[in-house]
Design a protein around this ligand. Structure first.
Ligand SMILES: *[C@@H]1O[C@H](CO)[C@@H](O)[C@H](O)[C@H]1NC(C)=O
Ligand SMILES: *[C@@H]1O[C@H](CO)[C@@H](O)[C@H](O)[C@H]1NC(C)=O
Ligand SMILES: *[C@@H]1O[C@H](CO)[C@@H](O)[C@H](O)[C@H]1NC(C)=O
Ligand SMILES: *[C@@H]1O[C@H](CO)[C@@H](O)[C@H](O)[C@H]1NC(C)=O
Ligand SMILES: *[C@@H]1O[C@H](CO)[C@@H](O)[C@H](O)[C@H]1NC(C)=O
Ligand SMILES: *[C@@H]1O[C@H](CO)[C@@H](O)[C@H](O)[C@H]1NC(C)=O
Ligand SMILES: *[C@@H]1O[C@H](CO)[C@@H](O)[C@H](O)[C@H]1NC(C)=O
Ligand SMILES: *[C@@H]1O[C@H](CO)[C@@H](O)[C@H](O)[C@H]1NC(C)=O
Length: 813
């Protein structure tokens, strides 16, 4: 025993000596090993390599983390898919010069695989967090001299100075893969890497499906990636040559820690910044950033405009491929040319300039870096498969040339210097104003002619109908009044601009006055021409059966000469958003009124979800969809038409995102999974907006969190929820009641749908003032905006400049 003990001491001493003789804690030599319990520390003490348990997991892994960050921040894991079960494994350099991880029984758990050989290999942890195997004598920092480096095999974190890209010589493509979970570093299915196309761009995948695309990176700033924009924290570098393609960032101030991390739980790529004073990693940026960042959300030749409603539009000169699908906000099919494009025929072949876009998917592109834009155009004209061209690098004089040979996918309008020239029928191009004028003239002539014709037709049809006496039709007619076009034209003063109330999700809405003096609202459906008249009528009739005092009442409909219109009761007080977000109007809404509105919305939604015969998910509940009648009673509008969900289909998936930025539930925005609980989430947002008088999407609190939900949660945790209440309400509201409402709102905003109450419970909770409410957990706030590191740190100089940048980026959206 004593001999054994003595031997142990001697070995340990020798080990120590070997380290001392080297004078470094950042190196493992061939005669060394690194056992569980000891660590390597980079020379400047920024990074540490050793054995760790992630979260509360009993498994042990070898990893690299920030030494001086008190929150465990593992930036690289060696044996992520092959955990160690005990504390007796060691890291050594084997005879082949590889770094290997052996367990107690000397069996292999993990190994590097170097192809380059050296007689005296050592392992070193560098100051930038790169773990390298190099020759003992060759101390150059050039990566070509490394036999192996961990930077080539990243896990989920892109560190400063680490390349995200492709080494064409070695064939190494660096792929970032998220941890499965916060306590499980094994490979998730959320990955990111550079795309191997002629036009360098980065992308994120969920499984094998493309999830997000940055847009081509050439030209300093990318055409679509916020990460690539000039920012006060990082310097960006893009290299694209014969040997390698990569993008890399370095920190402007090395004492500020900042990393890019993929997060499987949130399905986000986040830029985090360490805030030493508050000891947290703060979010600076998230990708995808908004609904328009979802890959190809508007389909081929569609463009996503984040501020529009709905967000998808066709490029000029294109129309929806399937008008019916498009009208139900299913944009996957995208758009097709309106004109008669003919390849190579001068009068029918041209280009339309689309300005300020994220350039389309580069999967099938051709690039020449030296060509001029004019030559680029000619080159595109010569090939009938060419669909668009653009300069390769707008910052250079010659500009270069990129050609696209496939359908143009994943376009979004974004503040950027990039222009795209889209090929189309030349007759679609030219002075648009002239065209519109002629068009208006033509249309008005045609419309008046049509009206006359229709009137005659209608009269004769009515006569015939009376003779035929079709039972079914009569039944419909009894159920829901039919308005003929002439009546509506007259009531709305021929759809005059003065009568226009606004533009809804499905088309413009006009105010009208019938001959008997009744006021109506007419919604002129824009894209539903693909749907047959009969289907449309059936759908309207279904909707008209939904009758509740908190739903807008449908008075009738009209289908004639390709027009489809819905006639609603007119709401003299317009929509809720014109009250709560308006400085002056909001003063008119006292607490009893607001509570009444809230309760009414809840009742209306409950009716849609449960009490009506059709179980309907609204899918686009928001302040502008709540109309107010003369007595300020709320009425939900725009229900039912988006998609009918009859019977059991209360949960369904859709591959397209419908709905409005700021109100969407996380599971809906990410997986397209919608249920009545997604409406409950939107109700929660609406509730917070109504009580705080602030919009969820535009609000950014620089002092702390980001959007309204995050802010409410923070105040809740601080037991200070009352400061969320609108100042205009302070005099009239019963604090206890308002706080209770906010708590209900937070419950509606829970991240997981199962944790949200259904509308029955919401109505019960709103109704009773005594029952104790459940305590909310942290809500889901997917589309939180860029979070400022602002006041959270005391570095005001940096923070104010960061704020400026985030502000301008936000403004652009
Ligand atoms: C392994 O080491 C860790 C940290 O040193 C310690 O918390 C844990 O209890 C050890 N486990 C065993 C089985 O010895
Ligand atoms: C090591 O070997 C022993 C006996 O040979 C075995 O019981 C044990 O499971 C092995 N441990 C590991 C981690 O493989
Ligand atoms: C080792 O190299 C092979 C082929 O060169 C490759 O397929 C494998 O993924 C590499 N393994 C690791 C852990 O890098
Ligand atoms: C993702 O982010 C959330 C919120 O910051 C965090 O709780 C979670 O641990 C992260 N997940 C992973 C896998 O890192
Ligand atoms: C870098 O940041 C540190 C602290 O985070 C600060 O003290 C220092 O002044 C900064 N350096 C520069 C050049 O801004
Ligand atoms: C398209 O071309 C066909 C045949 O060339 C022609 O009949 C038709 O009128 C054209 N349509 C338009 C909209 O120009
Ligand atoms: C582009 O021009 C540069 C400088 O004139 C030249 O070195 C390079 O070879 C050219 N590249 C191609 C692809 O023609
Ligand atoms: C047009 O471009 C496509 C894609 O690069 C190519 O396959 C085809 O050969 C080209 N056609 C002509 C006529 O150059």
């Amino acid at each position: 025993m004593t001999i054994f003990h003595a031997m142990l001491v001697v070995t340990e001493f020798l080990l120590l000596l070997s380290k001392l003789s080297y004078g470094a804690d950042d190196i493992i030599t061939q005669s060394d090993s690194l056992s569980d319990g000891s660590t390597l520390i980079s020379k400047d003490e920024t990074f540490e390599l050793g054995f760790f348990n992630p979260g509360s997991s009993p498994n042990r892994y070898v990893g690299i983390w920030y030494k001086n960050v008190p929150v465990q921040t593992v930036v690289w894991v060696a044996n992520r898919d092959n955990p160690i079960r005990d504390n007796s494994s060691t890291l050594i350099i084997n005879k082949q010069g590889n770094l290997v991880l052996l367990n107690r029984n000397q069996s292999l758990l993990w190994s590097t695989n170097t192809t380059k050989k050296s007689s005296t290999p050592i392992v070193q942890l560098l100051n930038n967090g790169n773990l390298v195997i190099r020759d003992e004598k060759d101390s150059s920092a050039d990566e070509d001299s490394f036999l192996w480096q961990s930077f080539d095999y990243p896990t989920d974190t892109l560190l400063p100075e680490m390349k995200n890209g492709w080494d064409k010589k070695t064939g190494i493509l660096r792929i970032f893969t998220a941890w499965k979970n916060w306590d499980d570093p094994s490979s998730g299915d959320f990955t990111a890497s550079m795309r191997l196309t002629n036009n360098p761009e980065t992308a994120i995948w969920k499984g094998s499906t493309e999830f997000y695309r940055s847009g081509p990176l050439t030209g300093g700033t990318s055409s679509g990636a916020y990460e690539m924009k000039v920012n006060p924290l990082t310097n960006l570098e893009l290299v694209n040559n014969e040997e390698q393609v990569y993008y890399m960032y370095t920190l402007k101030n090395k004492s500020v820690f900042s990393i890019l991390v993929l997060n499987q739980t949130l399905l986000l790529l986040q830029r985090l910044i360490w805030i030493p004073d508050s000891r947290v990693w703060s979010n600076y940026l998230k990708l995808p950033h908004d609904a328009c960042d979802a890959y190809n959300v508007c389909g081929p030749y569609g463009k996503c405009v984040i501020d529009a409603s709905p967000i998808c539009q066709c490029l000029d000169g294109f129309k929806p491929k399937s008008a019916q699908q498009w009208s139900t906000m299913n944009w996957a099919d995208g758009c097709v040319r309106t004109g008669n494009w003919s390849c190579g025929i001068k009068s029918r072949d041209g280009f339309l300039k689309v300005t300020g876009v994220k350039l389309p998917d580069t999967a099938n592109t051709w690039v020449d870096v030296n060509m001029t834009l004019d030559d680029c155009k000619l080159k595109c004209l010569q090939n009938c498969s060419c669909t668009a061209y653009s300069s390769f690098d707008p910052n250079k004089d010659s500009g270069g040339c990129s050609l696209w040979f496939n359908d143009l996918k994943d376009l979004r309008v974004i503040e950027s210097s990039r222009n795209l020239y889209v090929r189309m029928d030349a007759s679609n191009i030219g002075d648009k104003h002239e065209h519109t004028k002629t068009a208006i003239l033509l249309v008005s002539i045609i419309v008046s002619a049509v009206i006359v014709m229709l009137l005659t037709l209608y009269i004769s049809r009515k006569k015939r109908k009376n003779r035929e006496n079709n039972n079914e039709d009569e039944h419909y007619d009894l159920d829901l009044p039919y308005f003929d076009l002439a009546t509506i034209v007259k009531a709305t003063n021929n759809f005059s601009e003065d009568n226009k109330l606004g533009e809804g999700g499905f088309g413009p809405v006009y105010k009208g006055k019938l001959q008997d003096g009744q006021e109506i609202a007419v919604k002129r459906l824009s894209w539903s021409s693909g749907q047959g008249s009969k289907e449309f009528r059936n759908e309207v009739i279904l909707c008209s059966k939904l009758q509740h005092r908190n739903l807008v009442k449908i008075l009738g409909y009209c289908v004639e000469s390709g027009e489809k219109m819905l006639v609603y009761e007119y709401m003299s007080n317009k929509s809720l958003d014109s009250f709560i977000f308006d400085q002056i109007q909001s003063k008119l809404l006292d607490w009893p009124m607001r509570f009444n509105i809230l309760y009414g919305i809840a009742r209306g939604l409950l009716y849609l979800h449960q009490d009506s015969r059709l179980r309907i998910i609204h899918r686009d509940l928001k302040a502008s969809n709540i109309l107010l009648d003369r007595d300020m009673n709320p009425k939900i509008s725009d229900f039912g038409l988006a998609k009918m969900c009859v019977g059991d289909q209360i949960e369904a998936t859709t591959n397209q995102i419908v709905g409005t930025y700021g109100y969407m539930a996380p599971e809906y925005a990410i997986d397209g999974l919608f249920s009545v609980k997604s409406d409950v989430f939107s109700f929660g947002v609406l509730l917070l907006e109504l009580i705080s008088g602030k919009k969820n999407r535009t609000l950014t609190y620089y002092q702390d969190d980001h959007n309204l939900i995050g802010h409410a949660w923070k105040l809740w945790k601080e037991d200070n929820i009352q400061s969320l209440i609108d100042d205009n309400l302070k005099d009239t509201c019963i604090l206890y009641e308002a706080s209770r409402c906010i708590q209900i709102g937070l419950l509606c905003l829970q991240h997981h749908p199962d944790n949200r109450p259904n509308m029955t419970s919401v109505v019960v909770m709103l109704n009773s003032n005594n029952n104790t409410l459940p305590l909310p957990h942290e809500p889901g706030y997917l589309y939180t905006e860029i979070r400022s590191i602002g006041e959270a740190s005391s570095k005001r100089q940096i923070s104010s400049s960061i704020n400026n940048v985030t502000m301008s980026q936000l403004d652009a959206r």
